[in-house]
Design a protein around this ligand. Sequence first.
Ligand code: NAP
Length: 865
Amino acid sequence: MPVLLCVVSEKTGYPAETINPDMDLEGDLGIDSIKRVEILSAVSEKLPRCPKVKPEHLGTLRTLNQIAAYLSEGNAVSAPIPAPAAVVSVPDSSLPEVPSIITRLVPELTPIGPRDAFPLDKSLPIAVTKDSGLDTAIVQELKSKGYNAELISIGDALPAQFGALILVAPAHPASKSCPWTEDSEAWLKKAFLLVQSAGRSFTTRGTRGLIMTVTRLDGALGLQGGNDQDPVFGGLAGLMKTAAREWKSVSRAVDVDSKLPLNAAAKLLVKELSFDGPVEAGLSSEGLKTIALVERACVPYGLEPLKFGDAVIVTGGARGVTAECALALGRAFKARLVLVGRSPLPGDEPAEFSAASSESALRSLIAKSSSGLTPREIGARAKELLAAREIRATLARLNAAGAEARYRAVDARDAASVKALVAETVKDFGPIRGLIHGAGVLADKPILEKTPTMLDAVLDTKLSGLRHLLNAVKPSDLRLVALFSSSTARYGRVGQSDYAVANEALNKIAQVLSARLPKCRVASLGWGPWDGGMVDAGLKKLFASEGVGVIGLTAGGEHLVAELRGSGPAETVVLAALPGARPALPVSFELDLTLESYPFLSSHVLNGRAVLPLAISVELLAHAALHANPGLVFTGFDDLRVAKGIVVRPGAGTTIKAHAGPAEKRDGSFVVAAELRGDDGSLRLSAKVLLAAKRPSAPAAVLKVAGAPYGRTIEKAYREVLFHGSDMQFILAAPHCGPDGIVIESKTALPPASWARQPIRDRWLTDPAALDAAFQAMILWTDAQMGAPSLPSFAARYRQYAENFPERGVRVVLKAVKRADGLAGADIEFLDARGSLIAKLDGFECAADASLAGAFRRNAVESAA
Ligand SMILES: NC(=O)c1ccc[n+]([C@@H]2O[C@H](COP(=O)([O-])OP(=O)(O)OC[C@H]3O[C@@H](n4cnc5c(N)ncnc54)[C@H](OP(=O)(O)O)[C@@H]3O)[C@@H](O)[C@H]2O)c1
């Protein structure tokens, strides 16, 4: 307890003697969940052997006594009680900003992969909420499939026993000036409470049930925005993504195209009840899709969204991260900004507090200067003083930057005040051209502990606040709307279900507004954590432990300006890398791979799935490096690593991105880091590509491999050992094969146009046929010598001494240099007819495993599950 008291006093500024260990942390001490994380991580640093308090415990540990009891369960040996830290701490903003590496991700629809089945218990009823038609179609379909279904109203109690809840959102067109109404927000809150009660029922019964929310946007989770449906219901996806993190029951958020006939929609939805995921899915005549995040750079639109002196209302703009954004907007557009917050317009600060520069220091001073105040009152007073300071500082910074700005104390949730604010702004500054909605509050708690008051606070600030603004302005005047959403809406986050709902609804609203207002740049920014605002030191640590960095204040403001100068899309996610993390390489090009446009893929099929051959991937890496550094020639690569194969889906295909960094000079060559990444951004292949002004001359060939001819005919080898189909059969003969290695005669590649409908170059940089033949030869060798086929995983060094491989083919000499459990290594030379070295691959490694034989035999494309 002494350590705990000391940390709480240090972090909050309440003198230790005013803290009673039975006080409620939140109710009496005003310690919110974020501060609690900070306090508990400081405690765990000081008492490393105590049990760690995890986020799921935060809800039950309400007093210091409860926390102390929890901590003492771990046989803790107390560290010496630390001396209280100096009271005055330096505000973070005075420290130099660490440059942020910002990643901009765009949600896009993607076909779903294989998924697990969900065995829904047919003996229990399925509760379906009433709406205007789809509900009865679902019930009919369920009954026809032998399920027992029960219609309930959204405000009703759930049956005592039920196996699933299908919560159907109303389908109604978006309303006129503002696309949604007060009623839709009220419905959303009721829906939240119904999901909460279903979750509670499953948790209490210890059953793994299914909860599916059904929205009726565009069948694309709002991403297409064209159906002009009430967007607010789309916020349910944020709830289900969080539910999927908080409890074990299956959580699904399915959006059905509102244009699908009801019976067809019902059939598809009922089919979905048998699957465990994905959490988010769009259902339209094109089938089921989910969302993938794709990294895309901002594309400037060319026209400024605002003109000098345009009026812009910025809710939340006097404080926190929105203040940083207001500053960036003020600098970039020289607009006239009206900053809005609930805090009163500040006067001058009483002189007695000027020495205190942190919240805890202020609390100490307040406690000393006004006796008789409770800790809660002291905390509230300190917060007020800090808010006033922040508002004054923001106005001063804007003033110094030459931007005209004023502050108005208006609660965005109050329609009449917002209306008056808009009227005053129009009178003084002219038509409202911009809305930045940054107002937001948190009330973190697990779904099962959320109260209607918390929902009101979090949802109303974001949704009613924006509705009042949109109802008060003239939409056709708008040129810019920026909504401050959160990455929590995209990913879900334990404790932040209401915040995820509100922000997800903002994302859907942005889609509809963007479609409706062609002259207005609408952007919903799903910010990851910033280095400020709601994120304090404790949360920053928590995010760092999850591998997430914080967005620097200047970098975030600049990103907003760039986004608003861009041409779209309406929804993005903005994340920062951890300091010291390697920056992402720039995208050199993107390639859509389909079986139709790259027919050879159907001859490279493993386990029923077409896989991009490594030899082609290497060619793409070389191309990416050259593309980013034109004027040089490709001479080889080092450190080729295969992280994961690139599977090309039948039908939809697969998009891959080739990334390449800047050329770095080394030993007369240029080294370019290059990567191939999948459409989900995951790394598939990397290498350091070597470029040079001139190709080096070839050394003499050195590898010698003896032995009898390979034991099968080549036709038999392709039939029985290799998996390669007719387009990928390059081996002509295998004159030697023995313990030392294997020698083959191979074809070289026909021009790219005979491999692909739209080749990216008209000549090869390497020779994919000869390289692939070498990899095939390795399979024959491991099969013959180790009794197991193999797949490549690494190559240390490749050097190419000729621009092109000879048309008449090459001899490939593969000398085994490593042979261990499950691993084979070789050095490989590619020779022309005169025995001259054309290329050399050293330190080639592959994984050999007998179980691959089965995958090799399933070498015809199988349709997706
Ligand atoms: N900081 C982050 O890491 C982060 C990450 C993702 C998204 N975001 C989003 O970015 C926005 C700003 O976040 P922040 O971290 O800067 O939060 P913050 O420091 O708590 O600031 C919130 C701002 O909103 C204002 N506000 C709250 N309720 C209001 C209401 N009813 N009417 C008018 N103004 C209101 C507050 O002013 P008063 O207190 O004076 O009313 C304050 O200026 C939020 O919408 C948040 O969801 C932030």
